[in-house]
Unconditional design. Structure first.
Length: 254
């Protein structure tokens, strides 16, 4: 498995959450997200409890709130879509601050914001406490199809390589006095994108030939076996099982 370097979402620390095996954390986050999605949107108090659970995990993992909030920025496009729903959805209308909004649109916006934010928050916590290499090992341990694990491994490993190639091309353009200021410069950018695609494709062919020459037969060797004890599984199950209890209570009260 490649990609042994740290990624920007990871925060190094010595905590019980960091110490959990990666496949235990992956299963816990997956179960938590499923429970959150299955929760009725009318049970607003349940989502507050879910947020408190994630906050407790963040405190246990020694991940600052500011670190999490900065990583939630990429959710902004979904937030913008959710905020438009009350204006464009059909159905009964209600007046809110002098504006006529769709009642179903308001519920839909709340549903997207609450469940989406909790899901992204859980994913950010997973990334903040688990190295990318460990995530791949965890996926392999959970019997994810080997081909998908290999694709993810190559994507992570060579994402930085492609980013470096883009940076060198940008520097080359700027050293020749090029600045993208309008539509008339789009042609140059399109040619750069085409050149980047060709270079990436050729690099991929060279990497594949190098792997085949070293005995690659379609499967990657397992560098490290990650094992989990019953205690690890019980600790990881606290989050999804507590969330499940909240979800069931929400349905029973609803």
């Amino acid at each position: 498995m490649g990609a042994g370097h740290s990624h920007r979402l990871y925060r190094h620390a010595h905590s019980p959450v960091h110490a959990l095996p990666p496949h235990c954390k992956l299963a816990a986050v997956f179960g938590f997200v499923l429970v959150v999605v299955a929760t009725p949107r009318e049970a607003m108090w349940a989502f507050a409890l879910y947020a408190a659970l994630l906050a407790g995990v963040a405190v246990l993992a020694r991940v600052p709130v500011s670190f999490l909030l900065r990583r939630l920025v990429f959710e902004v496009p979904f937030v913008a879509f959710a905020l438009l729903l009350p204006f464009v959805a059909e159905g009964p209308r209600v007046d809110v601050l002098g504006m006529s909004l769709s009642e179903s649109g308001l519920w839909g916006a709340w549903n997207i914001l609450a469940k989406g934010t909790l899901g992204v928050g859980a994913s950010v916590l997973l990334a903040a406490t688990t190295e990318l290499r460990e995530v791949l090992l965890g996926l392999q341990r959970l019997r994810m199809p080997p081909l998908l694990v290999q694709i993810a491994s190559f994507m992570i490993r060579y994402g930085d390589v492609i980013a470096g190639e883009m940076r060198r091309m940008r520097i080359a353009r700027e050293s020749r006095g090029f600045e993208a200021r309008g539509v008339r410069h789009w042609g140059v950018l399109a040619k750069s994108a085409g050149a980047l695609f060709i270079r990436s494709y050729e690099r991929g062919e060279r990497v594949h030939l190098a792997m085949v020459s070293r005995g690659y037969t379609g499967t990657m060797p397992v560098i490290d076996e990650v094992t989990a004890t019953a205690v690890d599984w019980r600790r990881a199950a606290v989050l999804p099982l507590t969330a499940l209890a909240v979800c069931l209570l929400g349905w029973s009260l609803g």
